[in-house]
Design a protein. Structure first.
Length: 343
């Protein structure tokens, strides 16, 4: 009897061990990160931002702060494509002092308020959510232009001209960019079945349980084609986006829209009001309150992350979008799925 009991316990233990082993999930792989090396011509300073602005002004220049993080593929693209382009580099050298900030770094920074920070807390102070983020300061310490994310080199050069020519005192960047945009007329956009059908009443949509996303696009837009043909063909992306009310608007069209306040407007006027200067751009709302935007080039994983940040309500507890991305990637990998941030 005792032997039988021992054998039963042994079989139970072995069965439990096999069951636990079967339930163990091997973490998925992480890929897509890319190393990069900053150009030698970036200025080395004591990172006293007021002094840096004054020194740049004394040379007839303005200050550019470039925020980055290790392994960021968008930062690598910015450095390896934009900052190796001779036309861009020559223009930067003539009109700007360029300084880098590692958003997770520990170097001491003296902010515009005279207080001392490290790079990490300084980045948080300036609400740096994406990398690269580029801030341009005027002579008085005001932000003349902010770029949240990666701009292709042609558009980045337009941004440099906008700041160097001090056009920020005359008009918004979105208004300035209109004269350079290849698409100034409405055209046929790439439709998706999950998009909200007209008529568009944003005041009613904001009252629904779903969060709201306004997607501004242009006809013949390469970035828009990338979004539809790659990101919106990805099952993981679709699973998240289907839980939103998504209103697709032609940035240049006179499409009637009732805005969030219940006032009649048009897609073009709404885009102007929101200062939309990149296509595609997405403005995400939760219960009628803007939470976050996509206003630069993003690939599928980061498109998913932006929408999921709002959908899950994570923005209420995690103020650092980059930390949220890290946590989301780790959670996906723990399910045994691979994470490619450059997909």
């Amino acid at each position: 009897m005792r032997r039988l009991l021992i054998l039963s316990c042994l079989f139970f233990f072995l069965g439990t061990t096999v069951s636990m082993a079967a339930e163990t999930v091997k973490p998925g792989k992480f890929s897509g990160g890319e190393a990069f090396e900053l150009p030698k011509w970036f200025k080395s300073t004591f990172l006293d931002i007021n002094d840096d602005i004054a020194e740049a002004a004394g040379s007839g220049k303005r200050l550019m702060l470039y925020f980055h993080q290790n392994g960021c593929p968008y930062c690598a693209k910015f450095v390896n494509e934009n900052l190796t382009d001779k036309k861009t580099v020559d223009y930067l050298a003539k009109h700007f002092d360029s300084i880098d900030i590692n958003m997770w770094g520990d170097r001491e920074v003296t902010g515009l308020d005279g207080k001392h920070y490290n790079e990490k807390t300084f980045s948080a102070k300036l609400n740096v959510w994406f990398t690269p983020t580029v801030l341009f300061f005027d002579e008085k310490g005001n932000i003349a232009l902010r770029i949240n994310g990666y701009y292709p080199k042609e558009k980045f050069l337009i941004a440099l001209r906008y700041v160097a020519e001090k056009k920020n005192t005359e008009l918004t960047f979105s208004d300035y960019y209109k004269q350079f945009s290849e698409t100034k007329q409405p055209g046929k956009l790439i439709a998706e079945s999950m998009f909200v059908k007209p008529a568009y009443d944003l005041s009613k949509l904001k009252q629904q349980n779903k969060p709201l996303a306004l997607l501004f696009e242009e006809a013949n837009c390469k970035g828009c084609e990338q979004l539809h043909n790659v990101s919106l063909k990805d099952k993981d992306t679709l699973d998240i986006l289907k839980q939103f009310n998504i209103v697709q608007l032609d940035r240049w069209a006179e499409t009637p829209v009732i805005d969030l306040d219940g006032k009649m407007t048009t897609a073009k006027k709404l885009a102007d009001k929101l200062q939309i200067a990149f296509a595609p751009s997405a403005v995400l709302y939760d219960k009628g309150v803007e939470v976050i935007r996509i206003e630069a080039f993003l690939k599928s994983f980061h498109v998913q992350s932006v929408f999921d940040y709002v959908l899950t309500g994570s923005y209420k507890t995690e103020t650092s979008f980059q930390r949220y991305i890290e946590h989301r990637a780790a959670a996906i990998r723990q399910q045994g799925k691979n994470v490619n941030i450059w997909k």
